[in-house]
Design a protein around this ligand. Structure first.
Ligand SMILES: Nc1ncnc2c1ncn2[C@@H]1O[C@H](COP(=O)(O)OP(=O)(O)OP(=O)(O)O)[C@@H](O)[C@H]1O
Length: 581
C-alpha cells in the first residue's frame, strides 16, 4: 500500500489535526492569523466542493453564501444581541434558503448558463448589502462581539485558530458523511450524464437542488467565523474575486477531493502571503504557479478518489433479479408526437403483457426512438395515453416513470463512465428506493450482485465502466435497468454493433429476462433477431404502425414487405428479403 493510501485510510485527518495543534504552539501571531484564514477558505472550499466537485454544477458566485452567513450572524448579534452560537444555525438556514432560491430556477440550465446565473447571483447579493442601510452600506458592520466559549472570550489569534480548527473538523466530518450517502453516488451519476441518471430513476432536480442547499449551508459556516475573526463585516470581502478564489481552492486541490480542498486553501491563502517579500512580482508568480498547476496536474494537486461501492464477498441467496408482473403491463394508446411539421409518431397503439417480448421495427426515422422517449417521459407526447400496470404514467417525469416500473436502455449506450460497473448498477436502484441521505443499503448490495450475476458481469464489478468492451457495455446497461426490478423493460437497439456471438448471447439474455415475468419491448433493426424472439411485432413507417401481430403474420404482410423493399439503398434489404421470404 502506498504511503498516501496508508495516511488516508488510517487516520490521516486526526494526524493532521494534531500537527496543526502542535504547529499552533510555535507560530507567531501573524502566522497563526494566516493559518486561521486558511481554515476559513478550507471551509468555503468544502462547501463549494459539494456543488462543483461532487455534483459537477459550476458556481461562480459562491461568495454570496459566505456573505449571507456573515451578515445573518452579524446582524442577529448586533441588532438583537443574539449569542454567536445561536446565530450559527440561523446563518446556515439563511444560506440554505438562498441555495434553494439560486438552485431552483437554474436546475434546467447547462453549465455555461449556470455559470452566468450564479455569477449574477453573487453580484446581486454583494450589491444588495452595499446598498442597504441595515447591512451598513459600503462600510459594512463593525463591532461584532468576540465569540465566547465556556465563559471565555476568544480574542487572541491562537484562540481563534483553535475555534476555526474545531469548525473545520465538524464540517470535514459532515462532508465526509455526505460523501458516503446514496446522494453522493447520485451526484456522480448526474455529473456524468444527467439525462441517463434521470431516466434510470435518479430524481435529478432534487439531487441538484440538494447540492446547492447543502453546499451553501456548509460554506455559510465560514461567514460568522470570519466576522468573529475580524470583528467587522466588510462587503468588499464578497466580490467576484472572492468567488473565484473559492473556486480555485477546488480546482487547485482537486474537484471532489477533501484533502485537495485543504491543499487548495493553503495555496490560495498562504502563497500570496509568502510572496509578500517580492511585492511587485507577487501577482505574476501567483498566476504562473496557478497555470503550472493546471497544466501539470489538471486533476488537481490531490485528485479525488471517490469512495468505492464494494459488493459483499458472498452472493445473495436469490440468483435472479427480482422482477414481477402479470397480465397486460404496458398499454400505449393513440400516442402521437410531432416536431414542427414532422410527425414522428402518430396514433401508436402498443401492448406488452408479462413475460412477452414485443418488438417495434421500421426503417430509419420511422419514429421508434421518439415513441420510446414519449413512453418513458423523456419528451412529452402531443397526444395519447401510457398505462403501466394499470397506472397512467403519461406526463410524469422520467424518474417517476422509472419508479413506476418502466426501465430502459439507450440506442447509443449511456453509462456513467467514471463510475465502476457495480456503481452503474447501483444507480439503477434509485427507481426502487429513492432514499438519498443514507448509505447504500444491504438491499442495494444484494440487488447489484444479483443483476451483475444475471448478465454475467460480476467479475468486472470494480472495473470502471469506461474501459469495458462494447458488448459488456450493452450488458451493463441492461443490468442497470434490471436493478430497478422493472415490470417493463424497453431496449433500444441492443444488438446494434454486436457480432453474431454477442447477438446470440443477447437473445438468450432477453429470453431469460422475459422468463422472469418482465415485459420486454424491443426496438431493433436486426429483423432476423426480432422475428426469432418476439411474441408480437409492430412495424412503423413514417410514424404510423402499418402492421401488428405475431412474427409469422407480420412477415407475410404485403405492406411490410413493400415498406422494407422500398428502401433499395438500405444495406439490410438483402437480409430482410431473405428473412421475409
Ligand atoms: N428532437 C427532434 N427534433 C426534431 N425532429 C426530430 C427529433 N427527434 C426525432 N425527430 C424526427 O422524428 C422522426 C423520427 O425519428 P426517430 O429517431 O424517432 O426514428 P427512429 O425510428 O428511432 O430512427 P433510427 O432507427 O434511425 O433510430 C425523424 O424524422 C427525426 O428526424
Amino acid at each position: 500500500m502506498r504511503a498516501r493510501d496508508l495516511v488516508l485510510r488510517h487516520g490521516g485527518w486526526p494526524l493532521l489535526v494534531v500537527l496543526a495543534l502542535a504547529g499552533g504552539q510555535v507560530m507567531d501571531d501573524y502566522q497563526i492569523t494566516v493559518a486561521g484564514t486558511i481554515l476559513i477558505y478550507a471551509i468555503l472550499g468544502l462547501g463549494i466542493n459539494v456543488v462543483v466537485g461532487y455534483a459537477g454544477l459550476l458556481d461562480l458566485g459562491f461568495a454570496a453564501f459566505f456573505a449571507i452567513g456573515a451578515y445573518t450572524s452579524g446582524l442577529l448579534m448586533l441588532k438583537w444581541h443574539w449569542n454567536f452560537w445561536l446565530t450559527l444555525p440561523a446563518a446556515v438556514l439563511a444560506a440554505a434558503a438562498a441555495g434553494v432560491v439560486i438552485g431552483y430556477p437554474t436546475l434546467r440550465l447547462r453549465s455555461d448558463y449556470l455559470a452566468i446565473v450564479t455569477l449574477g447571483f453573487g453580484e446581486i447579493i454583494r450589491i444588495t448589502v452595499v446598498n442597504l442601510d441595515v447591512t451598513g452600506g459600503p462600510n459594512g458592520l463593525t463591532g461584532i462581539p468576540p465569540v465566547s466559549v465556556g465563559g471565555r472570550q476568544i480574542v487572541t489569534p491562537t484562540g481563534f485558530f483553535h475555534l476555526a480548527l474545531a469548525f473545520f473538523v465538524v464540517v470535514l466530518v459532515a462532508t465526509g458523511l455526505l460523501a458516503r450517502t446514496r446522494l453522493a453516488y447520485a451526484w456522480r451519476a448526474i455529473r456524468s450524464d444527467d439525462t441517463a441518471a434521470e431516466a434510470v430513476g435518479v430524481p435529478s432536480r432534487r439531487v441538484k437542488l440538494l447540492a446547492y442547499v447543502l453546499g451553501a449551508a456548509v460554506g455559510a459556516v465560514a461567514g460568522p467565523l470570519n466576522a468573529a475573526q475580524l470583528g467587522t463585516i466588510d462587503p468588499s470581502s464578497f466580490t467576484f474575486l472572492t468567488s473565484l478564489m473559492i473556486l480555485l481552492v477546488v480546482i487547485i486541490g482537486g474537484m471532489g477531493s477533501r484533502p485537495g480542498v485543504l491543499v487548495g486553501a493553503v495555496v490560495i491563502v498562504a502563497l500570496p502571503e509568502a510572496l509578500r517579500t517580492v511585492q511587485e512580482y507577487r501577482g505574476l508568480f501567483f498566476a504562473l504557479l496557478l497555470i503550472a498547476i493546471v497544466i501539470l496536474r489538471p486533476q488537481g494537486v490531490w485528485p479525488a478518489r471517490p469512495r468505492r461501492f464494494r459488493l459483499p464477498a458472498r452472493a445473495p441467496a436469490e440468483a435472479r433479479p427480482a422482477v414481477a408482473g402479470t397480465g397486460a403491463l404496458l398499454e400505449v394508446d393513440g400516442l402521437s408526437r410531432a416536431f414542427g411539421g414532422v410527425t414522428a409518431v402518430e396514433d401508436l397503439r402498443l401492448r406488452a403483457a408479462a413475460g412477452q417480448v414485443v418488438s417495434v421495427i421500421g426503417p430509419n426515422g420511422a419514429g421508434k426512438t421518439t415513441a420510446f422517449n414519449c413512453i418513458t417521459g423523456l419528451i412529452p407526447p402531443s397526444r395519447g395515453t401510457v398505462t403501466l400496470a394499470g397506472r397512467r404514467v403519461r406526463g410524469l417525469s422520467p424518474h417517476r416513470v422509472a419508479a413506476a416500473g418502466l426501465a430502459r436502455t439507450f440506442q447509443s449506450i449511456r453509462l456513467f463512465d467514471e463510475m465502476t460497473v457495480a456503481e452503474n448498477v447501483l444507480i439503477g436502484r434509485f427507481a426502487r428506493d429513492r432514499a438519498l441521505l443514507h448509505p447504500p443499503r444491504r438491499a442495494d448490495l444484494d440487488a447489484v450482485r444479483r443483476c451483475l450475476d444475471f448478465v454475467g458481469l460480476a467479475g468486472a464489478a470494480d472495473r470502471p465502466a469506461e474501459g469495458l468492451a462494447y458488448g459488456d457495455r450493452r450488458r451493463l446497461e441492461i443490468a442497470r435497468a434490471l436493478a430497478a426490478e422493472p415490470r417493463v423493460l424497453l431496449l433500444d437497439e441492443p444488438a446494434a454493433g454486436a457480432n453474431p456471438t454477442e447477438k446470440r448471447a443477447l437473445m438468450e439474455l432477453i429470453a431469460r429476462i422475459s422468463g422472469l415475468g418482465t415485459a420486454v419491448v424491443l426496438i431493433e433493426h436486426d429483423v432476423a433477431l426480432v422475428m426469432s424472439i418476439s411474441d408480437r411485432v409492430t412495424v412503423l413507417e413514417n410514424g404510423r404502425a402499418i402492421a401488428e401481430g405475431p412474427p409469422a403474420e407480420v412477415q407475410a404482410d404485403p405492406r411490410v414487405i413493400a415498406a422494407y423493399l422500398g428502401v433499395p439503398d438500405d444495406p439490410e434489404t438483402d437480409l430482410v428479403t431473405e428473412v421475409l421470404g
